[in-house]
Design a protein around this ligand. Structure first.
Ligand code: UT7
Length: 334
């Protein structure tokens, strides 16, 4: 069995900054509520005509990651793309990346695991390298969420949280001590409807939406049972981290940097307290980007690396929880 390691990191966020005050143009909300409940101060939203989509932002992040890895698109053997906001209902965005980047006709796989999408994507890519099937894999998390939100007061519990952006990593075969030590993924589908977009779907196809148009039927917007999701998140995040640490005979004190999915600053602070971790052991950047779902971990990982917070030999742990419910962690030695 081989081991895989990260050799390139990149991120891209749209230029357009949307502050909490900007949101008051659309809905009854305020900066104090959003900061206090979520920690978010601003987020990036694409604007019509700027060309940003899940696929194109993913490509921008991937180009940076490739350059930092010293590789070209022709060196990539496989693409794993995590998103809940693909350009098309089908096909997935991975195939667009294959084309836009100019890769060979390699395989491209989309992962539909929302907030834990990147943890699942990294886990998946790791398996292909472990078996020796592929050597270099491009793993992307990318979201264009701003175009799918209910920006009226009705949707304010969800609309203020989400942001756009992309992050990418290059995973390659490791010949030394560094690499992914283990992955841990879970799901509990009985809670699928607590955080969901129901339309379009098999039982709710777009033509039904057009034929039975009802402005009060909001199943085409994201729905989140916020309190319920919050309560599960603060249990599952620590569980996933501890499961990964125990599998490697490690403790929270051994973590050099925890990269939690940026769901809510209050969730990250709760996890930090529960695991008795110091401020310098945890990465938070939700303040600037909001919750970018599958993109949040690779964006935070890249930003931490750019800030010099990740050095060779460091123990980096990712963890996520979200729609599905799904959750998990990756334990990585840099
Ligand atoms: O990333 C995927 C996983 N997602 C998460 O982990 C998110 C988990 N949930 C949360 O982060 C929080 O539940 C939210 C941030 C979504 C909401 O915070 P909350 O403290 O649970 O607020 P709430 O939904 O209980 O709402 C409290 C009040 C309500 O008013 P009343 O009924 O008490 O009068 C809401 O109508 O705040 C109101 N409210 C708002 N007020 C101003 C809801 N959204 C807003 C808003 N601005 N944007």
């Amino acid at each position: 069995m081989y081991k895989s390691k990260i050799i390139g990191l990149g991120k891209y966020v749209p230029e357009n900054v949307v502050t909490n005050d900007d949101l008051t143009k659309y809905m009854d909300t305020n900066d104090a509520w959003i900061r206090e409940r979520t920690g978010i101060e601003e987020r990036r939203w694409a604007v019509p005509g700027d060309g940003n989509t899940a696929a194109t932002m993913g490509v921008k992040a991937a180009k940076i990651a490739l350059e930092r890895a010293g590789l070209t698109p022709k060196d990539i053997d496989f693409i794993v793309f995590a998103t809940l906001s693909p350009d098309y209902y089908f096909p997935g965005s991975g195939v667009q990346v294959q084309d836009l980047l100019g890769c060979e006709t390699i395989g491209a796989l989309d992962i539909r695991n929302q907030c834990s999408g990147f943890v699942y994507a990294l886990t998946t890519a790791d398996q292909f390298i472990k078996t020796g099937m592929y050597k270099n894999i491009l793993v992307i998390g990318s979201e264009l969420q701003s175009t799918g939100l209910d920006l009226s007061t009705r949707g304010r519990g969800v609309g203020v949280i989400f942001g756009d952006g992309a992050g990418a990593v290059i995973l390659t075969r490791s010949y030394d001590e560094s690499g992914i030590l283990s992955n841990h993924i879970h799901s509990e589908g009985k809670y699928a409807k607590e955080l969901t977009v129901q339309v379009p779907g098999g039982p709710n196809p777009p033509n039904k939406l057009v034929e039975d148009w009802d402005p009060e039927n909001l199943t085409y917007y994201p729905y989140m049972n916020g309190n319920f999701v919050f309560k599960h998140a603060v249990t599952r995040f620590p569980e996933a981290i501890m499961e990964g640490l125990q599998a490697n005979n490690l403790t929270p004190a051994d973590i050099d940097l925890l990269i939690p999915h940026q769901a809510n600053l209050r969730i990250s602070q709760f996890v930090q307290r529960k695991l008795q971790m110091k401020d310098e052991q945890i990465m938070n950047n939700i303040q600037k980007y909001g919750n970018t779902t599958a993109a949040s971990i690779p964006i935070a990982l890249t930003e931490a690396w750019e800030q010099g917070r990740i050095k060779r030999g460091d123990l980096v742990v990712t963890a996520a929880f979200g729609s599905g419910f799904t959750w998990g962690s990756n334990i990585i030695r840099f």
